[in-house]
Ligand binder design. Structure first.
Ligand code: DGJ
Length: 728
């Protein structure tokens, strides 16, 4: 719902309202973001909070008093000394702007954001255009809301209305100000193998900036930030989430100003960003997905999960059954031929899997990580007869076949590099940084993207491939393109991301029946941008059953379980060396799109029967896991227990997985309260053979079973009757 009258705007989604007004100076100010209010409340807001935001009427230098005004588009060089949203350098070197309201329009649907991931449709959009008093620059702020979603989407378009070129040195997607409220700030930090760890700290005065400068959204900082009221916990209290639908270098900052005001702002990272905008050109920023929850962090996560599933993930795949697969990477690494792969295929079929995925090493001259990237043709020394015999073997055993690519990369020891040494990012004559001995292709160049599209398409056209794993194993460096003029070098990082999106769009359009999984050295590019093209992403290279639980917990704060690809791997774990029971590895991997990543032929008979059982069990609950609502019940970050429940939308079923870290002497009974069920319904907990109401399961809880170190358990909960005794 969007209401607009006399320079007052009210937007509403599921459980929240967002209000703005145009003040006496023409500035667009925020009035409210939080619980639902009505259009008639706008008068009250303007006469109350709006008044204190207006400058004193009798002061001749009124704008000098506006520092701290909750601005929808803060600009540089005048009234507002906190972080600006847009800085545009003009031909005379001047940067000062003064953006005031010019016009607005409301329309059904979402803004056209070409060539980038975006909300897909429905809803209603308010577009407010502001013009600069000092230059021909115009900014259009887009706000899209959906009645049924607890998330709104914001972005902006910046136009050079005439005259000389301008250079955007900052073009953020959104700004959201709060007047005099105290918050804690939450981020998801990490590194390779330990992605997306939640960290909460008090928001101190000054700027708290989260960013990636690596060309990808990164393992280290996810493009997400949340402001949390001090009394907010998992199930109660208010919080605000801000998530970018973007996969490249980004910045998100929260600033506590000296007047007590808080500003959250962000978008494409402005470090080394300089975008030339010729006359009449527009720059469109990525979208930001903004969420308000008064049901704690859990409410925010569920709102984000619903939004990503409804608006970001391709509807063809969102509810599709995910294949239970085996991937050969940790089983063989680069050392394979059909003689090693066939037995894995055979075993996978016997154990009930659906798909075999051949990982790195099948192409070019690729026996280790030093060569071959870019040469997307089969290495027939390793795979005699090409992929066909292996694919035939899969088919004969009733399995589909999946294949790994790393489209954005090239090895110096490759035919592609020898033919096109200038196709890399970097300046010739300067020694490039090599990570994993590879270089990054310059995807800002159309011909490079087109070539890779052709090469990958040939493999997909000529083979029966149902699944593609798209990997990306290094960050960007040298940020220089031999195809861009000097005054456009600051565009490279964003143009690279646009090239990645273009290839992803072309491939997913050309092969609509192929299921794509994203990956970036584990979870180095786990963001809503990539989820637009790839319905699931390899969550982390760390598959240790204990560490993985933490990674999945953190990831679930703003992404749905259906986005997480989760595998059972061998022990001792290849990343941590830890030994975790097989059942625990299976239980943790069941909380997403499950699979296996180990040498099935080396499993004991006991383990094989566990795999078969895990798959049978998973196929009973996969719909619930992928489509249900997540309730996090016990945090592995501040207790020895990890426990989460996935509850079906109709609240008739729930699936609970718990894991204990290290056992302690004289451990007391640990109660886990089950949230998310219907208080008035009766449920049976299969494993405990007991019946209780949803209210009892929430308020009294269940006792966590005793397990050894890293032991785990599941509770399958089914509705049996309502309070009146009516069976369902
Ligand atoms: C990194 C990925 O995260 C792994 O799963 C595997 O595909 C390797 N790359 C292959 O090089």
């Amino acid at each position: 719902m969007i209401y607009a009258k006399n320079g007052r705007f009210l937007l509403g989604g599921n459980g929240f309202s967002y209000a703005m007004f145009v003040d006496g100076q023409g500035f667009l100010q925020k009035l409210h973001f939080g619980g639902k209010i009505q259009p008639f409340d706008l008068d009250f807001l303007i006469s109350g909070i709006g008044k204190i935001q207006e400058p004193p009427q009798d002061n001749p230098n009124r704008e000098g008093y506006l520092d701290g005004m909750p601005s929808e588009c803060p600009f540089w060089g005048r009234i507002d000394t906190c972080e600006p949203m847009i800085t545009a350098v003009r031909s005379d070197g001047g940067v000062v702007s003064r953006f005031v309201y010019s016009s607005h329009r409301i329309y059904d649907g979402v803004p056209a954001v070409q060539g980038m991931p975006r909300a897909r449709g429905g809803g209603q959009t308010l577009a407010v255009t502001l013009k600069d008093n000092f230059s021909p620059v115009e900014v259009t702020l887009n706000y899209t809301v959906w009645d049924e979603l607890g998330v709104m989407v914001k972005n902006c378009e910046i136009a050079n209305g005439g005259g000389d070129p301008i250079f955007l040195t900052r073009a953020f997607s959104f700004c959201c100000d709060f007047t005099d409220e105290r918050f804690d700030v939450m981020r998801l930090w990490g590194d390779w193998g330990k992605e997306r760890s939640p960290e909460i700290s008090a928001l101190a005065h000054g700027v708290t900036r989260l960013q990636s400068t690596r060309g990808v959204s990164s393992h280290q900082t996810n493009p997400f930030i949340a402001l949390i009221k001090p009394n907010c916990s998992e199930n109660i209290g208010e919080c605000y989430g801000f998530q970018l639908v973007y996969s490249g270098s980004f910045a998100l900052s929260a600033e506590l100003g000296n007047k007590g005001q808080t500003r959250v702002i962000g978008g494409i990272n402005d470090l080394n960003f300089r975008w030339k905008l010729d006359e009449n050109e527009r720059f469109v920023t990525p979208q930001a997905a903004i969420c308000y929850s008064d049901e704690g962090l859990g409410g925010m996560s569920r709102a984000y999960a619903d939004f990503i599933r409804a608006q970001i993930v391709n509807s063809k795949w969102v509810d599709a059954r995910r294949p239970v697969l085996v991937n050969n990477w940790e089983a063989t690494y680069f050392d394979f031929g059909n003689e090693r792969l066939f037995p894995i295929v055979d075993e996978a079929a016997r154990l009930g899997m659906d798909t075999f995925v051949l990982d790195d090493g099948w192409f070019g001259k690729r026996d280790d990580a030093t060569s071959g990237l870019g040469d997307w043709f089969v290495n027939t020394n390793k795979l005699q007869g090409g992929l066909k015999p292996l694919i035939d073997r899969c088919k004969q055993r009733g399995l589909k076949f999946g294949l790994w690519f790393e489209p954005e990369m090239v090895s110096e020891d490759s035919d592609l590099f020898r033919a096109h040494p200038d196709w890399i990012i970097g300046k010739s004559g300067f020694e490039p940084v090599r990570q994993r001995t590879q270089l990054v292709l310059d995807f800002s160049r159309g011909e490079v993207v087109d070539y890779i599209f052709g090469a990958v398409s040939d493999v997909l056209k000529n083979n029966d491939i149902a699944y593609v794993k798209w990997d990306m194993n290094r960050y960007l460096s040298e940020f220089y393109s031999s195809a861009l003029p000097a005054d456009r070098q600051g565009e490279l990082a964003h143009r690279y991301v646009l090239g990645v999106y273009r290839l992803a769009e072309m491939l997913t359009d050309a092969f609509p029946d192929v299921f794509f999984e994203g990956c970036a050295s584990g979870g180095g590019r786990f963001d809503a941008g990539m989820l637009y093209y790839f319905p699931q992403i390899w969550t982390s290279d760390d598959t240790d059953g204990f560490e993985r639980a933490k990674i999945q917990w953190g990831t679930s704060l703003c992404y749905p379980l259906s986005a997480m690809s989760c595998h059972v791997s061998a022990c001792p774990n290849h990343q941590t060396g830890r030994v975790v029971p097989f059942s625990t590895r299976g239980n943790i991997a069941s909380l997403g799109a499950t699979g296996y990543e180990l040498d099935l032929t080396k499993l004991s008979d006991e383990e094989k029967s566990q795999v078969a059982e895990q798959i049978t069990e998973y196929k009973q609950i996969d719909g619930l896991v992928l489509q249900g609502d997540l309730y996090r019940l016990s945090s592995p970050f501040d207790s020895p227990f990890f426990c989460v429940a996935v509850v079906s939308k109709d609240k008739s079923r729930a699936y609970v997985v718990g894991e204990r870290a290290l056992t302690l002497p004289r451990d007391v009974n640990r109660i886990i309260r089950i949230y998310g069920l219907d208080d008035s319904k009766l449920y049976c907990v299969r494993e405990l053979n007991l019946t209780a109401s949803g209210a009892a399961l929430k308020t009294a809880g269940l006792v966590a079973p005793k397990t050894g170190d890293f032991g785990s358990w599941t509770w399958h909960i089914e509705q049996v009757a309502d309070r009146a005794g009516n069976k369902k």
